[in-house]
Design a binder for this molecule. Structure first.
Ligand code: G
Ligand code: G
Ligand code: NA
Ligand code: MN
Length: 254
């Protein structure tokens, strides 16, 4: 298939790049972490967003080398920024289902951490519920191995998948990211508010760090902070930024 071929070429020609979306501390508003988001600069199509190629990359297995590239690049950058005097930030990296189920993710993470020299405690892997519940025993074993590397693990898009609370209790995870679909109308719709409040409640009870994504207004940010959400991410604060722009924003913050 054409896209598949183009994606292999893109990997070979180094056409992928990362943007970084800041995640701020809900109380201080200071940047606590960034989420790495992959984009493709195609010579023919221009800038291509991940929704247009991640599904194909998953289907064809390209996600394994591509995901490795993302992890490696994110860690190398984090290390570079720190060497340049940037204060410690956490780096969140999206891991797709196939990468978790099929690839030797633990091995890749171990190598990347070692080669980049990054503090593994600053690296966060974002997994989705659907990828975690495929084979629960295997998932727990894999997550434990990853935890053994001292990286942290979170569930992305929380609330949209099918994970039961029982699983949540048994998985060694560190944070939950409330899906932006629930944040969209959190100030207007009581039902959405009830869901958000419940997720924050579960996270607190299980001593998980809770992050809201898709925060687009001050009202939303205030509501979530007041409810005890730890960190916030969304266009209200920052869009995904180029590396140059991120470093500028960090400098201006001081
Ligand atoms: O950046 P944007 O909002 O367009 O991202 C759209 C989707 O692509 C999101 O669901 C996001 O999780 C996913 N995505 C972005 N970067 C990566 C990546 O490096 N790896 C994987 N597996 N998914 C990514
Ligand atoms: O599925 P995942 O959570 O990884 O998706 C992350 C994507 O969400 C990013 O690529 C980013 O473009 C998008 N995003 C981040 N903040 C906002 C926001 O405030 N509103 C909307 N609509 N999308 C956002
Ligand atoms: Na994400
Ligand atoms: Mn998400």
């Amino acid at each position: 298939m054409r896209l598949e071929f183009d994606l292999w070429m893109a990997l070979d020609r180094d056409e992928f790049f990362l943007e970084y979306q800041p995640i701020v501390d809900a109380r201080s508003g200071r940047i606590a972490a960034v989420e790495a988001l992959v984009r493709w600069m195609s010579p023919e199509k221009g800038r291509v967003m991940p929704d247009a190629f991640i599904p194909m990359a998953e289907e064809t297995g390209i996600i394994i080398p591509l995901g490795g590239w993302v992890l490696n690049t994110a860690c190398l950058k984090l290390r570079q920024w720190q060497e340049a005097g940037c204060r410690p930030l956490r780096m969140s990296v999206n891991i797709s289902g196939r990468q978790f189920v099929r690839g030797d993710l633990c091995r890749t993470v171990e190598e990347v951490v070692e080669q980049s020299g990054v503090d593994p405690a600053l690296l966060e892997l974002e997994l989705t519920e659907t990828c975690l519940i495929k084979n629960v025993d295997e998932t727990i074993a894999k997550l434990c191995r990853l935890k053994g590397l001292n990286v942290s693990i979170g569930i992305d898009d929380f609330g949209t998948g099918y994970s039961s609370l029982q699983y949540l209790k048994n998985f060694p995870i560190d944070h939950l990211k409330i899906d932006r679909a629930f944040i969209k109308n959190v100030c207007e719709l009581p039902d959405e508010r009830a869901i958000v409040d419940a997720i924050i409640g579960i996270a607190k009870a299980m001593e998980l760090h809770v992050i809201a994504e898709g925060v687009e207004s001050r009202e939303q940010a205030e509501y979530l902070a007041q409810r005890g959400c730890d960190e916030l991410q969304g266009y209200y604060y920052h869009r995904p930024l180029s590396e140059e722009r991120l470093l500028e924003v960090l400098r201006e913050e001081r």
